[in-house]
Ligand binder design. Structure first.
Ligand code: HEC
Length: 193
């Protein structure tokens, strides 16, 4: 009888330990999954943008940083993740950050000034959402590359500039320089405790 009790206690202990281990090991797994997913999305986004620019019609290319990217992003939303693009100086006002995202962007900007202009900046965290559920967050800074200056730099083609102002009268996404932080991709996923 005594042995059985000891056995039960030990079994319970083991189950508890392995349970907590599962949740712990899941976290790095989610981090990794999110990183890979974002890498793929960002690569597709850059390729689509370059493809658009190769048509040599910048007005046409405008939609590649716009609707085409939206399509890529919403496709990935099916995998339990929400992916947003946010910026402290957005072109589209729907891309203003929340207060929480603003802090991440400000941290990225600060680190970028202190360190160097090439550092890949990331932020990972588990936060509580409004319903007290755990939410996994992964944010990655988006830097300005040469190709981006066509539409986010300080020397934008006049026709294109007019087109941008027509579509986005409140545009704040100009005068960026190479390697500046343009904004960030922010991914969210609900996770169990
Ligand atoms: C052909 C013009 C064009 C080029 C080139 C371009 N963008 Fe954009 N970008 C836009 C437009 C238009 C929007 C607004 C999209 C929308 O309505 O959501 C935008 C929006 C964004 C946003 C979302 C935040 C915001 O301002 O609304 C980010 C981030 C961004 N661009 C980064 C980049 C990066 C990084 C590059 C280079 C790899 C780049 N863009 C190249 C036109 C361009």
């Amino acid at each position: 009888m005594k042995y059985i009790q000891i056995f039960i206690v030990i079994s319970l202990l083991i189950t508890n330990i392995s349970n907590s281990e599962t949740t712990e090991t899941n976290k790095p797994l989610i981090f990794n999954e999110a990183k890979i997913l974002l890498k793929e999305t960002a690569k597709q986004y850059k390729n689509t943008l370059i493809e658009g620019l190769q048509h040599n019609d910048l007005k046409k290319a405008l939609k590649y940083c716009n609707k085409e990217v939206e399509k890529l992003i919403s496709k990935d939303n099916e995998k339990d993740y929400t992916i947003k693009r946010v910026s402290l100086r957005p072109r589209n006002k729907n891309n203003y950050p929340t207060l929480y995202e603003k802090e991440i962007l400000e941290k990225f900007n600060k680190l970028s000034l202190e360190d160097n202009k090439y550092l890949a900046l990331e932020h990972t965290e588990i936060i509580k959402d409004e319903n007290n559920n755990n939410k996994f967050v992964y944010a990655k800074a988006i830097r300005i590359k040469e190709v981006c200056l066509n539409c986010h730099g300080s020397n934008i083609n006049n026709d294109l500039k007019k087109e941008i102002q027509k579509l986005y009268p409140d545009d704040r996404a100009i005068n960026y320089k190479l390697n500046d932080i343009r904004g960030a991709f922010v991914m969210y996923r609900n996770i169990k405790d």
